[in-house]
Design a protein around this ligand. Structure first.
Ligand code: NZQ
Ligand code: ZN
Length: 384
């Protein structure tokens, strides 16, 4: 196992009725900038619950954050926060709202010039006001990590940054708030969480059996719970299990001391930037292609995955491995996510510029640093 530092400072408050805890989690003298999305929280009662919990507090609302949050919107939020002297950022919504809140927080205290440099040039974030979270969509794990992904539609970019200073101070996870999710958003969340596990698991063995088993536990639970939620979308227990899976998938725990990949996400973000496709849908397309392209490098783990997660037992490793990849594709399709570019009528040629864009930022990606422009083009061809 490799050396690692594990430090996850986010307090998780989980369960039914926990939004009322908000009043105890934010100090009374704070001026709160509450960031929200396109209106789902007004329809499902979450907005009312938050306002009830924060009665008598100073709350400045900034709404209208779209999926794949936009840089310019974050800049508007930053200006409002400065004008109103806000000193606490509260995100109420899904991963997009939370990522926008994290970036706005980082930008607020950024002294290095243009905050875009945090995303494009990896400029360091030295401090940020506290961020709190009420999560309404289990998917990204953003509720318990220091990552955020921000888009700039004018330049066709979608870039990530990471900082210990933007881990949420707390995240309230009430699974009851997620029953209003559409089948599509629920399915997206399941696949996003599944692929987060894969990015940290499907690499090569470094004798970290606990992390492997933890990763497999999350995968198996997602596979078990997915058909249940399709059958019974209002089931609180199933919603709770999915929500906790998504947090565990990317709260930095299963990635301790092991190599990580993230090729699927890096390529997926480019496809979203080019075509506006939902984040998880890009992953369902790219992941199987990455596995097929990297079957030699990932071979042993692919066989372990096929055996332990899908119970496949061919004598021939090659057959076992391919059957595991097929099962993964079937799983994505069973929840409603197609696994090829052509399923979305996206021509391969329109995605190839992604390879150049990625390679110009980061010439070699993947756990071995052996995926460059040529390899990304080959992966995209496999995903056609
Ligand atoms: O905007 P509103 O009206 O709230 O509607 C949202 C949005 O349209 C809706 N929604 C959220 N909660 C709901 C609900 N509808 C009904 N009932 C509820 N309870 O769902 C739609 C999608 O929301 P969004 O926040 O965009 O989804 P998600 O949480 O999947 O976030 C996706 C973003 O996170 C990034 C993605 O790239 C994408 O930009 N990621 C962030 C990561 C991180 N910070 O660690 C890692 C991920 O890999 C990912 O890249
Ligand atoms: Zn993701």
């Amino acid at each position: 196992m490799r050396n690692f530092t594990f430090h996850n400072p986010t307090k998780i408050v989980f369960g039914k009725g926990t939004l009322a805890e908000l009043k105890n989690l934010i100090p009374e003298d704070r001026r709160i900038l509450m960031m929200t999305g396109g209106g789902s929280i007004r329809k499902n009662g979450v907005h009312d619950q938050v306002m009830e919990a924060l009665k008598g507090r100073t709350v400045i609302e900034f709404s209208g954050i779209d999926p794949n949050p936009e840089y310019e919107k974050c800049m508007d939020a930053m200006r409002l926060a400065k004008k109103e002297k806000a000193d606490f950022l509260l995100s109420v919504g899904g991963g997009s709202v939370l990522d926008a809140a994290k970036f706005t927080a980082a930008a607020l205290k950024f002294k290095g010039g243009d905050p875009w440099d945090i995303l494009e040039k990896g400029a360091a974030v030295a401090e940020a006001p506290p961020v709190g979270c009420v999560l309404t969509l289990p998917a990204t794990g953003s509720e318990s990590n220091g990552n955020a992904v921000i888009s700039r539609r004018a330049t066709g970019q979608k870039l990530a940054f990471s900082s210990i200073h933007v881990f949420p101070q707390f995240s309230i996870l009430d699974p009851a708030t997620t029953v209003t999710l559409s089948e599509r958003q629920t399915a997206n969340g399941i696949v996003d969480a599944f692929v987060h596990v894969m990015e940290q698991y499907m690499t090569y063995d470094v004798n970290a059996p606990l992390q492997d088993r933890q990763a497999e536990a999350v995968l198996l639970t997602l596979i078990e719970e997915a058909p249940k939620i399709k059958e019974d979308p209002l089931n609180y227990e199933t919603r709770a299990n999915l929500m906790w899976c998504a947090t565990q998938a990317l709260n930095t725990m299963i990635g301790c001391g092991v190599p990580q990949d993230w090729t699927t996400h890096i390529i997926g973000h480019e496809i979203t930037a080019l075509h506006g496709l939902d984040h998880a849908r890009t992953l369902a397309i790219v992941l199987p292609a990455v596995f097929r392209h990297q079957r030699d490098q990932k071979g042993k783990k692919l066989v372990q995955y096929a055996r332990r997660v899908w119970g496949i037992e061919h004598r021939d490793d090659e057959r076992t491995l391919e059957a595991g990849i097929r099962k993964t594709e079937e799983f994505f399709r069973s929840v409603g996510l197609p696994t090829r570019l052509k399923d979305y009528h996206i021509p391969l040629e329109s995605c190839l510029p992604a390879a150049k864009a990625i390679a110009s930022r980061n010439p070699k990606i993947g756990e071995h640093g052996d995926i460059g422009r040529k390899e990304i083009e080959a992966i995209l061809k496999l995903a056609e």
